[in-house]
Design a binder for this molecule. Structure first.
Ligand SMILES: Cc1cc2nc3c(=O)[nH]c(=O)nc-3n(C[C@H](O)[C@H](O)[C@H](O)COP(=O)(O)O)c2cc1C
Length: 476
């Protein structure tokens, strides 16, 4: 696949979208575009975005700033907002850390619980790693968030990409990739069983008989497996959604299998239509192979929209952002994207050095291979590669051009929706909601109001049936 540099919407196939323009009816009855937003105080869509003159990096640890953003997204009828996370500061070691906005973030579940109180409809999703947590704690926290938000919780299941997370959990080394996913699989199965600890109608709270819950509705999951021994029940009744919505972002072969088995909303980083279509088809086929309805596995590529009045304005705005990437950061993001290599002695305007196979680090494989291919195929310099990574999913253009891009990817089955990461905040989020969302609504792609009360209902996902009454496993 050939990754594109940050796209200006001049590349958006306007003519193609014009011929495939939908009628409102077919758009609504067949498939409906769904939208999520990555919420990071500084935007999250561009590493240097926090330095933009209109950015408000102080908002990163400011709750009212997040509350305003959540309400803006709700005004734009976003299905969900999403808080990414790692149990470490990504961007270690310290050479570039002081130059990014990565070291100031809220703990996601605390933030989402607070946001639940100032919003009514938007889904609230966060990452929690299966590599450095325990299933009981995660099941309990997301069940709690689902109750607090009346059915709007989502869990992004990650097996952890960042090696520094190991140190944060007092481990000497990061678990190996395959092992991480094996552990993740067991973890998710245990969490789902714990969420099913009680039948939906088990809590009767009958003052007359003195029964808080009906004992016939207790399921007492008990699990003994390769990684965990867990005795239920959970100390909270079944979440309003049955299970909070499971988000996932696996992209390696193992990761995709895992995503297709468990994920309901799948994040993916895609740079061009053909490769995104391949990923989409592959995931849907794998999901069907696991006996799942592919329509219940939503694929959300990342997108960083930079809305401008004209095309030339869009190009200018994008290059302004790229110019804000400090040299230390440029080196570090290439280094981080590819693996454990030291670029400190290499000039930024020179080529990426060859990397020995054995020295490629214990990270996710797919993105690294993509970046290596990119660097070596077109002889890119380290600085250009950094610019491409920083703006890899950016589409800069007029509202029509950005809507065209979204519509094309949706119609051409490269996406069921998008995970929008704004280049900085709050301006670009307001621009998107005020100028792009109305176009998507007018084209019949996006609903004009929330239809359901839970995140599941809004996404068109079914409520999971209760699992087996007793999960009694010996997983080895
Ligand atoms: C939009 C998006 C968000 C992600 N969020 C996180 C995150 O919050 N924490 C994390 O450790 N990994 C995160 N990841 C990484 C994925 O979980 C996954 O490890 C990565 O895509 C590589 O795939 P692989 O594990 O199959 O190699 C994210 C990936 C994407 C595309």
């Amino acid at each position: 696949m050939t990754a594109q540099p940050a796209q200006t919407a001049t590349t958006a196939p306007t003519a193609q979208t014009a011929t495939t323009a939908p009628t409102a009816t077919t758009a609504r009855t067949a498939r409906r575009l769904t939208l999520g937003a990555l919420v990071h105080g500084s935007g999250g869509g561009h590493i240097a975005g926090w330095r933009h003159p209109d950015a408000r990096p102080e908002g990163q640890l400011d709750f009212p700033f997040h509350a305003d953003l959540a309400r803006t997204l709700e005004r734009g009828r976003f299905d969900a907002l999403f808080v990414a996370d790692a149990d470490a500061v990504r961007g270690h070691p310290l050479d570039s850390l002081s130059r990014t906005a990565r070291a100031g973030r809220f703990e996601p579940l605390t933030l989402l619980a607070a946001l639940a109180l100032v919003t009514e409809h938007i889904g609230l999703a966060a990452t929690a790693t299966t590599t450095y947590h325990h299933p009981f704690h995660i099941a309990r926290k997301f069940a709690s968030l689902d109750h607090i938000s009346s059915g709007r919780a989502g869990w992004n299941v990650t097996a952890s990409v960042a090696p520094p997370e190991a140190a944060g959990s007092a481990r000497d080394s990061h678990l190996e990739h395959e092992l991480r996913y094996r552990r993740a699989d067991e973890f998710v199965r245990v969490v789902k069983a714990l969420w099913d600890s009680f039948d939906d109608d088990a809590p009767v709270r009958d003052k007359a008989t003195g029964r808080y819950y009906d004992p016939a509705g207790l399921r007492t999951p008990h699990h003994e497996g390769e990684h965990f021994t867990v005795r239920g029940p959970l100390n909270i009744s079944r979440p309003p959604q049955g299970h909070p919505v499971v988000f996932q972002a696996g992209s390696s072969q193992t990761g995709r299998e895992f995503a297709a088995r468990h994920g309901e909303v799948l994040f993916t980083t895609q740079y061009e239509l053909g490769a995104a279509q391949e990923f989409y088809a592959d995931i849907k086929a794998r999901a069907a192979g696991h006996g799942r309805d592919p329509a219940h596995v939503l694929v959300w590529p990342g997108l960083t929209p930079l809305v401008a009045a004209t095309e030339s304005d869009a190009r200018r705005r994008l290059s302004e952002l790229q110019d804000l990437i400090h040299d230390d950061v440029a080196r570090r993001i290439v280094q981080e994207g590819i693996g454990d290599l030291d670029l400190s002695e290499h000039p930024l305007d020179g080529p990426l050095p060859e990397i020995a196979e054995g020295n490629r680090g214990n990270r996710g494989n797919s993105r690294r291979e993509l970046l290596l291919k990119l660097a070596h195929d077109d002889g890119s310099t380290i600085r250009r590669l950094a610019g491409r990574i920083a703006a890899s999913t950016t589409v800069a253009g007029t509202p029509e051009q950005i809507a065209d891009h979204i519509e094309t990817w949706f119609r051409e089955r490269a996406a069921d929706g998008f995970n929008i990461a704004f280049p900085y905040l709050p301006g670009p989020a307001e621009d998107f909601v005020d100028h792009v969302v109305p176009l998507l609504q007018r084209r019949g792609l996006l609903r004009t109001d929330y239809e359901g009360t839970s995140l599941r209902e809004n996404l068109g996902l079914p409520r999971p049936a209760l699992g087996a009454r007793h999960l009694q496993e010996s997983g080895r």
